[in-house]
Write a protein that binds this ligand. Structure first.
Ligand SMILES: Nc1ncnc2c1ncn2[C@@H]1O[C@H](COP(=O)(O)OP(=O)(O)OP(=O)(O)O)[C@@H](O)[C@H]1O
Ligand SMILES: [Mg+2]
Length: 378
């Protein structure tokens, strides 16, 4: 039997030592230790534990519960357990609300503690089989593309990713606008590493490496950032792009790819890996011309059927959706009105879907999200 992979999350050294002792010399592998800091979340994800044991003393800080909840362990097939010094019925009931499967006493005998961990792992596997976890991790790769700059590709990609994550899905956002990518600004993040550092890693590209070189936003979205400066783009080859998308696909329910407005070999590699390509347009004649070029190239690549027509910054102009649809021969997918909340949220680095807004554009954007979810078939 394969050993159970355990991660211990605790900021208390004596608890870490106690738990290590309890689980020593058994078919349990402690794959790592972590604390409750934001940065730890990606690390824990990358360790792929079967069980996480949260070691804390009472009274338990409410942040501990929100941390466990935000990790969405259950949707990853991992059981969360609390090990503490004073187990009460109230605590067990309260913990269950955050998806915590068991509350164990730190004073429990080592053998009993061990068998409860084994039990909880087996129980989790049964639940996950019943929930048909395969269906949950079936992923959808959605690219935002267009041959014209400034149409709103990036801001749509950010807000879709954040909205899906807030709804409980595992989402990775890949900033593959290799020269001018700005997803870190849109999410107000300062990534230490980017796709460049990932591509240069001597061990090659894998899911663990992508996670290690990415950064997590407070919404739960994982961002693999674009190169920090345009000249670094040349380090990224089409093969890197293909490998990144293929390695994340089995682990994220949604892979959102933000592309630049060029047909470089790297962009083509990304488009070939995607399931759907949102061609983002604005209602003007230049945008129509750019969309026509984009579609004709997709046609030559034999992937035109992936294209979906999105009209952004719509103002009921003379060029109507229907005209676009018939001229481009691709299906209309969504229309979003022009709205100043877009600029406001861009300037603050705060995705607008995190705020309640009742504007027409906000409602249209939420219909767009609903359509993406419905198309994935959950
Ligand atoms: N529906 C909208 N209404 C008003 N402004 C919008 C709308 N959508 C996007 N914008 C604004 O348009 C600008 C460009 O957006 P964004 O950077 O997302 O475009 P892009 O297509 O990714 O550009 P690039 O081709 O340079 O990557 C931003 O300032 C954004 O706030
Ligand atoms: Mg952009």
């Amino acid at each position: 039997m394969e050993s159970i992979k355990v991660v211990i999350i605790s900021e208390d050294t004596s608890i870490r030592v106690n738990l290590k002792k309890k689980l020593a010399d058994r078919d349990i592998q402690i794959v790592g230790y972590a604390d409750f800091k934001d940065e730890s979340r990606l690390k824990i994800d990358g360790l792929f534990p079967d069980v996480v044991i949260v070691g804390v003393k009472v009274p338990i800080d409410p942040e501990v519960f929100s941390f466990v909840e935000s990790m969405k362990f259950q949707s990853k097939g991992c059981a969360a357990v609390i090990a503490t010094d004073d187990v009460t019925v109230d605590l067990v009931n309260y913990a269950a609300r955050f998806g915590i499967r068991q509350v164990l006493s730190l004073d429990m005998k080592d053998n009993e503690f061990y068998s409860r961990v084994v039990q909880v792992n087996e129980y989790e596997k049964v639940i996950q089989a019943q929930l048909n976890i395969q269906k949950r991790v079936r992923s959808k790769v959605i690219a935002f593309f267009g041959c014209k700059g400034g149409t709103g590709k990036s801001v749509m990609a950010t807000n879709l990713a954040v909205a899906l994550s807030k709804r409980g899905s595992n989402v990775i956002l890949l900033d593959m606008d290799l020269r001018f990518g700005d997803q870190n600004i849109l999410l107000d993040l300062e990534p230490k590493d980017t796709i460049v550092e990932l591509a240069q890693d001597p061990e090659g590209i894998s899911i663990e490496k992508v996670n290690a070189f990415s950064i997590m936003h407070s919404s739960g979205v994982v961002l693999l950032a674009a190169p920090k400066s345009p000249e670094y783009a040349e380090y990224i080859k089409p093969d890197h792009v293909t490998k990144v998308i293929r390695s994340v696909r089995p682990y994220y329910e949604y892979v959102i790819v933000d592309l630049g407005s060029n047909f470089s070999d790297e962009t083509i590699a990304a488009l070939q890996e995607c399931d759907e390509i949102m061609i983002v347009n604005n209602p003007d004649i230049l945008s129509l011309k750019a969309a026509k070029s984009a579609i004709s190239i997709l046609e030559q690549l034999g992937i035109k059927e992936k294209a979906r027509l999105v009209m952004n910054k719509n103002v009921n102009s003379l060029i109507r959706m229907k005209d676009f649809e018939s001229m481009l021969e691709i299906p209309f997918y969504a229309s979003i009105s022009a709205d100043k909340m877009f600029n406001g949220s861009v300037n603050k680095g705060e995705p607008f879907v995190l705020r309640t807004s009742r504007t027409v554009a906000a409602k249209e954007f939420s219909s767009f999200i609903q359509r993406v979810i419905a198309d994935k078939g959950e």
